[in-house]
Design a binder for this molecule. Sequence first.
Ligand code: AMP
Length: 283
Amino acid sequence: MRIFKEPEDLKEQCRAWRAQGQSLALAPTMGYYHAGHKALISKARQLGDRLVVSLFVNPAQFGPGEDLAAYPRDFAGDCAIAEELGADALFAPTPEAMYSQRHATWVEAPELAKGLCGASRPAHFRGVCTVVLKLLMLTGADFAVFGEKDWQQLAIIRRMAADLNLPIQIESVPIVREADGLALSSRNVYLTERERAQASGIRAGLLAAKELARAGEKDASALKAATLSLWREKMPDARPDYLEIVHPETLAPLARLDGPGLMACAVYLGRARLIDNITLAEE
Ligand code: AMP
């Protein structure tokens, strides 16, 4: 596995691979790998002849007062995992290499980015779209893989790829969870023992809504009330950021579950802000 720090060096290597007729898959990450990242990287490995893993804690997607400086990092450990999973290249640029002082171009999908996580992280998806488009341009990847845990991100990237006619196939991996249901996240290290014990309540609350939906409940307020009540019981220390039922592609909020519906949430627990989602109805 070759490690690239300079965007131009990665670009040259990818161009050479493509010139040999090889297809490329990209697995974009911010590092501190857990089993969710491993699933993502393994899926990308299967898709392309060559696999590029990017490891970049993208400052542009963090807001003021967020955890950019504290974000957990383990470069040596991540390199070992990427290599073990068959990466041909690991791209780990510095922020300065990715964003020149004169950087002035941003990509955004405001309609999809205004709700859910975008409501409390207003510049987040603009940072995500911009860095993902830069990674796609640098690599010329044929495939890129994103996790369903960050559902809004996945929906926005799919929209961006379609709207801008990007020559890429976007793929996804299902959410990888701990045995008690907590979605794996690099940010789970922020949890104290007490908070970690409560954190499985997030998934339990979403499952309560899913059960109710299965039993025929269609009213979004009633479904959300079931989740919130379970959260109050299981997670006394938690502070919900949002809990919404939305259309899985347009992300438009739904008052009733008459077609496809996804319940998505973010919850503050101590220093951590944890996100999760569940499909309530497929159609
Ligand atoms: P991150 O390093 O947190 O930016 O995550 C990199 C990619 O891995 C994103 O596309 C995430 O959605 C995905 N990912 C993170 N955690 C999980 C998980 N528990 N299950 C599946 N995918 C995940």
